[in-house]
Design a protein around this ligand. Sequence first.
Ligand SMILES: [Zn+2]
Length: 335
Amino acid sequence: MTDQPNTPAVLAVDWGGTWCRAGLIDRQGEVLWQARRPNPRGGGTAQYLALADTLLAEAFGLEGIHADSIGIAVAGPVDPESGTLYQPPNLMPLDGISLKQIWHERYGLPVALGNDANMAAIGEFHFGAGRDAAQAGRPHRSLFYVTVSTGIGGGVVERGSLLLGANGLTAEVGHTTIDTTTSAPPCQCGKRGCLEAVSSGTAIAAYARARLSEGRNRDSALAALSPEDLSARAVVAAAVQGDTFAHAVIARAVEGLAIGLANVVHLFNPDLIILGGGVSEGLTQLNLLPRIRQGIHERLMSELHKVFDLVPSVLGDNSGLLGAAAAAWELTDNL
Ligand SMILES: [Zn+2]
């Protein structure tokens, strides 16, 4: 909060599968105010829109902060021009809805909207690891952000601009195929052998469960957990304690991530790769970033491809919110 009158800000919204968050963010990326509400369980489109309206009314009703654009990060595929959501698996009540159009008409403000991984990429570029690198004298030209959590997503910022593709669907690194064997694990998307099916939090937990159900590795601390408690977080925690089986489970995910990111490097030639999401925090805690970098390097075709930094996310849980803010500031600056 600030006591200064009429502090310029933008209104940023980060709408995920569980929470809708709103924040007022200044030009430097400082969060001046924020609030969040849980998504209405079992609610329909009207209940979801009412929830967001409550948060927006709260933000616009604050004295002393003036927002003149809106940025939105949503968990799901979005048409970059119309802002229409296409079958977002975790936000199905918003399928076919354009928050960009609805909120532009309601508030008379310019609205930027994008998928949360893309928004996180521009958030890191403007306010996070990208800004830190630039301020440290290592400005980069091409940034790749990857989030490894329940699923795996990505975003590319090329010379300051988000690379969108024809329909805003670029950088779906989680659904690139990295395992073509007959035993490749199934993915949420209905295919097999995707990076997400090998290295996401969901995949880490599923792999650990499957191996333990075979009756081996009974000496692992993870063998004492119920299947519901056997999460990726639990696997990381056991690995931190030196659990051999947990380390083997994590090593498989790391290998998959290195393969996926080597593909990314060949496709996009980034000079900065940022690892976000809860699983990445665990990998950072286990000091596995050098191993990931090594695994990428081993697969690259040229020495020049190896010239990149691999760093953890600076913004963490705020990356989507601050990305939405950065996109909104781009609109404000162009007004
Ligand atoms: Zn997939």
